[in-house]
Design a protein around this ligand. Structure first.
Ligand SMILES: [Zn+2]
Ligand SMILES: [Zn+2]
Length: 429
């Protein structure tokens, strides 16, 4: 099927395009981007007044399948992704069984194909069963199709194992993604260590827990000359360390989540377990530092850390509640509201951080731009639509979000994945 996206404001930072144009899609690829293209029988998406861009790529999604299909499945997460404008997701490996060998990678890829709505790319574990001791079969997993390795959920505890992982991944041509958090400094902590945690009587996680690990990883990166991606940066000092490492020409990239640039630890007041995340929401200065890091390019990508949990995991005492929140359907709106509307970044930079940069970091050569011949993954969104993020609008099986019932601005209306329309007029096809 051929598709013609008409009258869009096409934003494609890789090709320095920000102009009123049409996009013609043929045989699953971008065939032409230009003015007044004729449909010649193609299905038309009228994008008047909207923006068309390369589809968003979420580098950090917890899909819960295999193992916890009651919380989320490939299908429910894919539906949430489609509504959020994401044409690709990277599936974190902390499932049951853990994605630490070729067999599980193949399972993920075959289930992803069966689901068929958005692209689901597997991430492999760094260590066997995420235990932090022995390296997983990295080479076999890369051969089977993983795009990154990570022990996300926890850091790679041992500096020695992290060094080896960086050395192997260098040979394999993929980055190591690390959840930077010193396990002893953060032990038993449930929120940011701050005045608020003292008032609430909750055990805090100091920001030092994050940035000592960022500093360690940067030192190991220097030693190995590999590629390092730091997940969900939350602390000002982490941003400063990464900025310095980039100035020193080290191959380090990082991401920030919408919740870390939108909310402070004040969101935890009233013991709101939906605001309990790992790393925790930080104070005002840290949130501002994350936004400035996004603005100046220190922070390369916006990733959701979408982490579905059932009400039974969240409607409990704060200390026992699970960490994490869902994020696929709110990410674009929060980025528009907090970053674009408040003049930290332009729409073109937003597309860079949600599509072009993730594609580069993950080595997805056919994604992240609208050049002729690239995969036809295209999102159409209206940055001005106002809508209420209520329970009925949530496609995830889990509804754990502190943004529930927020009035949001900006929404994906159409999404093409691999030349197939999966979202049209805000409806999944
Ligand atoms: Zn993490
Ligand atoms: Zn995560």
């Amino acid at each position: 099927m051929n598709i013609l996206i008409k009258n869009a404001r096409v934003v494609d930072p890789e090709n320095k395009i920000d102009d009123r144009l049409d996009i013609l899609i043929k045989d699953g690829k971008i065939a032409e981007v230009g003015k007044n293209l004729k449909p010649n029988g193609a299905e038309v998406i009228d994008a008047t007044g909207k923006i068309a861009a390369p589809g968003f790529i979420d580098m950090h999604t917890h899909l819960r399948q295999p193992g916890r299909e009651d919380k989320e499945t490939f299908l429910s997460a894919s539906r949430a992704a489609a509504k959020g404008g994401f044409s690709s997701l990277v599936a974190m490996p902390n499932t049951s069984p853990v994605c630490d060998n070729q067999g599980v990678v193949e399972y993920v890829l075959s289930e992803a194909r069966k689901t068929g709505l958005v692209n689901i790319l597997p991430a492999g574990a760094v260590t066997k069963n995420l235990e932090g001791k022995d390296l997983a079969e990295l080479a076999d997993m890369v051969k089977a199709g993983v795009v990154v390795v990570t022990d996300d959920g926890q850091p790679v505890w041992s500096a020695h194992v992290m060094r080896r992982a960086l050395e192997y991944s260098k040979m394999l041509g993929i980055p190591v993604m690390d959840h930077c958090q010193d396990p002893e400094l953060s032990k038993d902590g449930v929120m940011n260590e701050s005045y608020t945690s003292t008032v609430l009587g909750l055990k805090g996680v100091p920001k030092e827990a994050e940035y000592v690990m960022v500093a360690r990883d940067i030192a190991l990166l220097k030693l190995s000359g590999s590629r390092l991606h730091i997940a969900h940066v939350s602390a000002a000092e982490s941003v400063r360390l990464i900025r310095q490492a980039k100035e020193d020409k080290l191959d380090v990239t990082c991401e920030a989540t919408p919740h870390h640039f939108t909310l402070t630890d004040e969101a935890v007041r009233e013991y709101n377990t939906n605001a309990k995340v790992n790393p925790p929401l930080r104070g005002k200065e840290d949130v501002e530092a994350v936004k400035l890091g996004i603005k100046d390019g220190t922070i390369d990508a916006i990733a959701t850390d979408h982490a579905p949990h059932l009400a039974t995991d969240k409607d409990v005492e704060f200390n026992s509640a699970s960490f994490g929140m869902i994020g696929l359907q709110s990410a674009l709106s929060l980025a528009i509201m907090e970053l674009v509307d408040k003049k930290y970044i332009s729409i073109s930079q937003l597309v860079q951080k949600m599509s072009a940069n993730p594609a580069k970091i993950l080595g997805l050569k056919n994604k992240g731009s609208l050049s002729v011949g690239k995969d036809a993954d295209v999102v159409v969104f209206d940055p001005g639509i106002e809508w209420v993020y209520d329970e009925d609008s949530i496609e995830s099986k889990s509804k754990n979000t502190p943004f529930l019932n927020w009035k949001l601005k900006g929404k994906a209306t159409d999404l093409v994945v691999g030349g197939k329309i999966v979202l049209k007029g805000e409806k999944i096809q």
